[in-house]
Design a protein around this ligand. Sequence first.
Ligand SMILES: *Cc1c(COP(=O)(O)O)cnc(C)c1O
Length: 460
Amino acid sequence: MAQLIQDSRTDQTSQVLAVHGGDKVRTIPFPGYRTIGDEEKQAVSRVLDSGVLSQFLGCWHESFYGGPEIQAFEREWATFFGVKHAITVNSATSGLYAAVGALGIEPGDEVIVSPYTMSASATAPLVYNAIPVFADIEEKTYCLSVESVEQRITERTKAIIIVDLFGLPYDAKGINALAKKHGIKVIEDCAQAPGARYNDQYAGTLGDIGVYSLNYHKHIHTGEGGVLVTNNDTLAERLKLIRNHAEAVLPGKYPDPNDWTESNLTNMIGFNYRMTEVDAAIGREQLKKLPKLLEARQNNVNYLNQALGKIPCIQPTTLREEATHAFYIHPIQFNADVAGVHRDVFINAVKAELSPTNLRSGEGVPISTGYVKPLYLLPMYQKRQAYGTGGLPWSLPEYTGSVSYEAGLCPVAERMHTDVLFLNNLIHPELTQADLDDVIQAFQKVWDNRTQLGQGEPAV
Ligand SMILES: *Cc1c(COP(=O)(O)O)cnc(C)c1O
């Protein structure tokens, strides 16, 4: 069935889909996303030459706050994002845990979370024996919906962990008003949206505490790492205590036991969430590169959307009027009624036309369907087994609610996962216009030849 034609780009008759043995639109790998260069090498050398790879001390001492690179990185991060405090940590996951702790969330409290996100932004409350309550997402933006969050609020609700999913800031006006009305705190998981704007503010600074990720997959990275931000002095200090062995630090910090008030001891088991001087030095260089990296992504997405938007079964995601999008991932909706085939069959055929990227070739063609399965369907929630085998923390006497994790709980998230949404990662700044044209051509070819689909291509 395979056709003997060298270049499908120059021969109109070669239209057998690659998924059926036809020639691919592209066989050579796409460029990889690489943000590390000479600037980072020099920064790392500076730290290695100093011999001090971390200067943190887990006791009350001036080095409790870390060494020169950590402190400079935190100042620069706070200045860039226009926020009072930035606190580095060793991952955004650690940052989310620290944020829940800093807010004084207690066993049996409820925290409203998204089912459609990286797992840590939903499981963080469990670290403090609090109960994650899943609300549904918005149809168009995939961030938590104000209406659904409101329906989930009870007298036990203490916080919302909201995610700027795929790079779009959450509905800060709606959610923040709701939080204020009910006396609830907002933790903003901004791992995917560094540099996105909401009116005149940066994403990450819209809630009480914001969390950024610096893991290898994110816009800018230090290998692993994260940064917390807040404008609240007390929260900033609590975050720093949780980062660095709080229980051992507090007696030195507050020599008078009368200062050991209930609030400064609550949730003060300290972890080691410290970032190294090496990572901080890399982060300082990465931060300088963020604006350009972001702009290139936005331009690439605009270019793709103009062409892909003309394909009838494809609908690029709309933006919020008040916001810009950081495009960690390029989210796109698929209309199976128009295409005549299921999303997965179509996208599988598109992927068959394309090649992986350098640096991450083992991960295949970076286009995927569905994002994550709604998190409440994970075994931990279905079996209510976070700590031990006795149903903790849901079985705690402190927990007086009755949270549901049943299938069907968040219908929008479920539909996005199974039928509607697909995600394109071929948007990063290293891609040329010719690379993007290959992506467009792959989609166009599958659309033009869609009648071949559903006739025996490999199962997805
Ligand atoms: C990447 C990511 C995280 C976790 O980041 P780490 O730094 O790897 O812990 C959390 N939330 C979201 C939405 C993410 O995309």
